[in-house]
Design a protein around this ligand. Structure first.
Ligand SMILES: C[S@@+](CC[C@H](N)C(=O)[O-])C[C@H]1O[C@@H](n2cnc3c(N)ncnc32)[C@H](O)[C@@H]1O
Length: 239
C-alpha cells in the first residue's frame, strides 16, 4: 500500500491510499451487501475515509437506510464534505474515535444496526479490542460485521502493539504470526461470547495486497505484490 501524505492547513496526515479503495475493496463491500438477510436494512455503520466509498455504495443500494459514518480525523471529516456532495445530506457523518463512539452507540444506533463495515485498516490493538467487545453488545441479531485490519509486519514494535493474544486468545507470538487470520477471527468471536453474543465467521478471510509493475533482473516488467497486506473478515452475529 502506498502512503500518501495530504497537507492541510496545520496538519499533515498519513493516509493509506491504495487501489484497494476502488477495486478490491469493492469486492468486499459487495460481499457485505450480499450477506445482509434483510432486503431493507435499518441502519448501517461505516468508517468515513476521504471519499466515503462505503457510505456511497450502501446509500445507493439501500436509499431508505440510516447510514452513519464515523471519522476520527477532523481534517478528513472536513474534506469529505466537498467530495461526497451528492449524498452528503443523506449520510450522518460524525466526528468520533470508535472507542468513544461505542459508549454512545446505544443512543445513536438504537437497536437497529444491521451492518457495520469496521474498515480500520490498522493493527488490532487492545483499545480496538475493548471497543469491539462493547460494540458487539449493541448490534442486532443477524447483523453483519466486516472488519479490515492490516496484517502487522513482523517487527517487534508492531507485534507488541498487537494484543489480540491476551486474555481472550492465548497464544505465543510465533503461532500468532503464522495463524493471524484464525487468531483474530477467534478473538472477535471470544469478545462476543464474553457478553453472551454468538458471533460466526462467514466465509474465508481474504487478504489483499497492492500490485505494482516492476522490472525484474532481465528488464522485463512483472506484477509484484507490495506493501503491508490488508486482511478482511466477515462475521454474522447469530445470537
Ligand atoms: C480505510 S479508511 C476508510 C475508507 C472507507 N471505508 C471508504 O469507504 O472510503 C479508514 C478511515 O477510518 C478512520 N479511522 C480509522 N480508525 C478509526 C477509529 N478507531 N475511529 C474512527 N475513525 C477511524 C481513518 O481516519 C480513515 O479515514
Amino acid at each position: 500500500m502506498k502512503t500518501k501524505t495530504l497537507h492541510y492547513k496545520k496538519q499533515s496526515i498519513g493516509v493509506i491510499n491504495s487501489t484497494l479503495d476502488s477495486c478490491e475493496k469493492k469486492e468486499v463491500r459487495d460481499m457485505l451487501v450480499d450477506s445482509i438477510k434483510y432486503k431493507d436494512p435499518t441502519c448501517i455503520l461505516t468508517f468515513g475515509g476521504l471519499n466515503m466509498w462505503d457510505a456511497t455504495l450502501f446509500f445507493r443500494k439501500f436509499p431508505n437506510c440510516r447510514i452513519i459514518s464515523i471519522e476520527r480525523d477532523p481534517a478528513i471529516l472536513k474534506a469529505q464534505k466537498k467530495r461526497i456532495k451528492p449524498i452528503y445530506n443523506r449520510v450522518f457523518t460524525m466526528h468520533y474515535e470508535f472507542s468513544n463512539f461505542v459508549d454512545q452507540a446505544p443512543h445513536i444506533l438504537g437497536n437497529d444496526l444491521d451492518l457495520a463495515f469496521l474498515d480500520f485498516n490498522c493493527v488490532l490493538s487492545r483499545k480496538l479490542e475493548d471497543g469491539l467487545e462493547k460494540f458487539l453488545t449493541h448490534v442486532n441479531k443477524d447483523a453483519i460485521i466486516g472488519l479490515t485490519l492490516v496484517a502487522a509486519r513482523d517487527s517487534v514494535a508492531e507485534i507488541e502493539d498487537t494484543y489480540c493474544f491476551q486474555e481472550v486468545c492465548n497464544c505465543r507470538e510465533a503461532i500468532y504470526r503464522e495463524n493471524r487470520s484464525k487468531v483474530i477471527a477467534h478473538t472477535v468471536k471470544a469478545l462476543g461470547k464474553r457478553n453472551g453474543r454468538v458471533v460466526q465467521q462467514i466465509g474465508e478471510t481474504k487478504c489483499y495486497q497492492n500490485r505494482e509493475r516492476e522490472k525484474n533482473e532481465f528488464g522485463q516488467e512483472e506484477v509484484v505484490r507490495v506493501g503491508t497486506p490488508m486482511m478482511f473478515w466477515m462475521f454474522r452475529v447469530v445470537k
